[in-house]
Structures are given as structure tokens and as C-alpha cells.
Ligand binder design. Structure first.
Ligand code: ADP
Ligand code: ADP
Length: 221
């Protein structure tokens, strides 16, 4: 069976239909790219899959559990413990150092400061940005900042990483480096990745591309 599955999701925002029967299955360790035109429903599908907001109809299953039948407390524990998130910008806390940013999800799940800091620095090394550990996000480049964001998503060893346009604010060289490091690290830890992108070079790092159009999914390959 699949690790994560969306079945016939529907979602409206006022008069706008964002999802109109979207379905998707993601296997453990699989890297799936959601592609399609702007406004087609990719981000909404990702947010529903991650339990950030509920669909109006349809079901999201994680393993043998239905997200909609879980309590908000249980969903939030799932997001913190088993899911990792990378977004296009603005996700680092400016007052903290890069290492403290990476350590933050560990601290929130009760890991002691020194152990969290040790694991954060190890993750920054894996993403080849150990040199920014003591800097604040405002003092690093866009490419370095995005690697720090990837390190923060990976440090809790999630089962699924949700990445919404993770390279959208980077030039193509930095974008490809971030994608290479993200997918290598995900494969090494057997994490699945659900990636939203409209860039074919970014999608090329996935195992499978799913096209979203008018709130529906179409799978190829
Ligand atoms: P994509 O990620 O493919 O660009 P989205 O999922 O962001 O598409 O949006 C799908 C449609 O739903 C768009 O028409 C968008 O404007 C609308 N939409 C998304 N989120 C909201 C929201 N919070 N409120 C109102 N409309 C929204
Ligand atoms: P992306 O670039 O990933 O497609 P968007 O810019 O579409 O993201 O959306 C960013 C955020 O704004 C999301 O949380 C989305 O739900 C919300 N949003 C998107 N479209 C609208 C809208 N028409 N009205 C209000 N919120 C929206």
C-alpha cells in the first residue's frame, strides 16, 4: 500500500473551486513532483495532504489512518514528528542563528539543547553549509538559506517532506544544487517527498510527475 493517499479531494474558497476530485498516492521513499499551471490547485493539494487544512470532501490517508478522523492535536503531532516542510521563502526565524533554526523542531519535540544543536550542525554539514551555523539568516545567501531550510525539514528524520516551490526564489544553479541535496538526503533517509514546482528541471529530480489541472490530477510514467 501507499504511505500517503489523497482520494477524490474537493476544496473551494468562496466561489473558487481549488480541488475538484484530486487523487494521489505516494509510496514510502518516493519523490513525486506536482506540476501544472499557476492556480491549478497544486499548493491546495499539498496543504490538504499535509493536514494543514481539511478538504471539503474526500479523504487523506496516512498509513492506515484518516487525517480527517484524527484530532487536531494528533494531526499537529504528525506534522511535527513525521512530516518536514520546505517553502519558497521566509521560513527561517531571523533572530536565531542558522544552527538554532535547524535545532528548533527538535527542541519543540523535547530534545535537549546540546543534543539538538549537535544534530543540527550534523545536518548542516550534510547539506554542505556547516560554515553558516553561527550566522543569522539575514547574513547568508539565498541558496545557503534554502539549504538551511532543507536541513531544518530533514533534522527530525521525517517520513514525508512537503516542498512548495523550494527553489522558486533561487537562480537555476542554486536551485539545482538545492534539489540535488534535498533528493540525496531524502533518499538516504528513505523519506518520501511531495514537491510543487512549475520548473521541469526541478521536476526532473523526482521519480514521478503528476500534472494538476483545474483541480484534478493526471499521472504519467
Ligand atoms: P497553485 O498552487 O497550482 O498555483 P493554488 O492551490 O494556490 O494553485 O490555488 C488554486 C486556486 O484556489 C486558485 O484559484 C487560488 O487563487 C485559489 N486559492 C488558493 N488558496 C486560497 C485562499 N486561501 N483563499 C482564496 N482562494 C484561494
Ligand atoms: P504558490 O505560489 O505556492 O502557488 P500562492 O501564492 O498561490 O502559493 O499562495 C500562497 C498562500 O496564499 C497560500 O496559503 C494560499 O492558500 C493563499 N492564497 C492563494 N490564493 C489566494 C487567494 N486568491 N486569496 C487568498 N489567499 C490565497
Amino acid at each position: 500500500g501507499s504511505l500517503l493517499a489523497a482520494v477524490e479531494l474537493r476544496k473551494r474558497f468562496g466561489a473558487t473551486t481549488a480541488l475538484d476530485g484530486a487523487s494521489l498516492r505516494v509510496a514510502a521513499g518516493e519523490i513525486v513532483a506536482l506540476m501544472g499551471p499557476s492556480g491549478s490547485g497544486k499548493s491546495t493539494l499539498l496543504h490538504c495532504l499535509a493536514g494543514i487544512f481539511p478538504p471539503d470532501a474526500g479523504e487523506v490517508r496516512y498509513g492506515d489512518r484518516s487525517l480527517s478522523r484524527m484530532s487536531e492535536t494528533a494531526r499537529s503531532a504528525l506534522r511535527r514528528g513525521e512530516f518536514g516542510f520546505v517553502f519558497q521563502f521566509g521560513q527561517l526565524v531571523p533572530e536565531l542563528t542558522c544552527a538554532e533554526n535547524v535545532a528548533l523542531p527538535l527542541r519543540l519535540s523535547g530534545v535537549r539543547r546540546r543534543e539538538a544543536q549537535r544534530r543540527a550542525v550534523g545536518e548542516l554539514e550534510r547539506l554542505a553549509v556547516a560554515d553558516v551555523a553561527r550566522k543569522r539568516p539575514g547574513e547568508v545567501s539565498g541558496g545557503q538559506g534554502q539549504r538551511v531550510a532543507v536541513a531544518r525539514a530533514l533534522v527530525t528524520q521525517p517520513k514525508v517532506i512537503f516542498a512548495d516551490e523550494p527553489t522558486g526564489a533561487l537562480d537555476s544553479l542554486n536551485g539545482e544544487q538545492v534539489m540535488r541535496l534535498l533528493t540525496e538526503a531524502a533518499r538516504a533517509s528513505r523519506a518520501a517527498v511531495v514537491l510543487v514546482t512549475h520548473d521541469a528541471r526541478v521536476a526532473a529530480y523526482s521519480d514521478r510527475e503528476v500534472v494538476v489541472r483545474d483541480g484534478r490530477t493526471r499521472t504519467f510514467g
